[in-house]
Design a protein around this ligand. Structure first.
Ligand code: PNS
Length: 163
């Protein structure tokens, strides 16, 4: 789309949660195109490979035509430039998120003065959700189905099943 206002929503998405999807839906209303960027230069070993996370996100966003799911590596500011995004979108669940997000947003703007970050708040009922907690609950055999897309819940149970 010519002159389209593109936003980049970056994250690890290991796994994608209903909170992430809530933020994506909000971003869709504000931008012509939303690129969900799966960052893959993390040092910690993820539960799902980048390809699996891309597939899970594509399925979860299938009904949102203005959403594109893509992987990125290296600096976020480079990805912003590469995708032609006018803003980075990040979710803010609670005040506890703020310090890290504020630091990241300002550092990214220091690296690339054009790089603006927009914070969107997911619905209050998702404010306690995090991928880290989902992984832990799933590992310990708890029910994560209310918090993630159905296919992701199935894949998590399968992945963490003790043989
Ligand atoms: O879902 P997450 O784990 O909070 O996402 C973190 C992510 C991928 C957005 C962050 O780690 C990132 O931007 N990585 C790219 C490397 C980079 O640019 N680091 C400097 C940021 S100040």
């Amino acid at each position: 789309m010519n002159g389209a206002r593109i936003a980049l929503f970056p994250g690890s998405f290991d796994p994608v949660t209903n909170g992430h999807l809530d933020v994506i839906q909000r971003a869709v209303r504000l931008f012509d195109e939303v690129i969900v960027g799966v960052g893959h230069n993390q040092t910690k070993a993820p539960i799902f490979t980048v390809e699996e996370r891309l597939a899970q996100l594509r399925e979860a966003c299938a009904r949102l035509p203005s959403v594109r799911v893509a992987a990125f590596s290296g600096l976020l500011t480079e990805a912003v430039r590469g995708f032609g995004a006018v803003a980075v979108v990040r979710g803010l669940r609670a005040v506890s998120d703020f310090e890290y997000e504020f630091q990241m947003a300002l550092m990214n703007r220091e690296l690339e003065p054009q790089c603006e970050t927009i914070f969107l708040m997911p619905r209050a009922e998702y404010s306690f959700l995090s991928s880290t907690m989902i992984r832990e609950i799933a590992r310990l055999g708890g029910d994560i189905s209310p918090f993630v897309p159905e296919a992701v819940a199935r894949a998590l149970v399968e992945r963490l099943r003790v043989p």
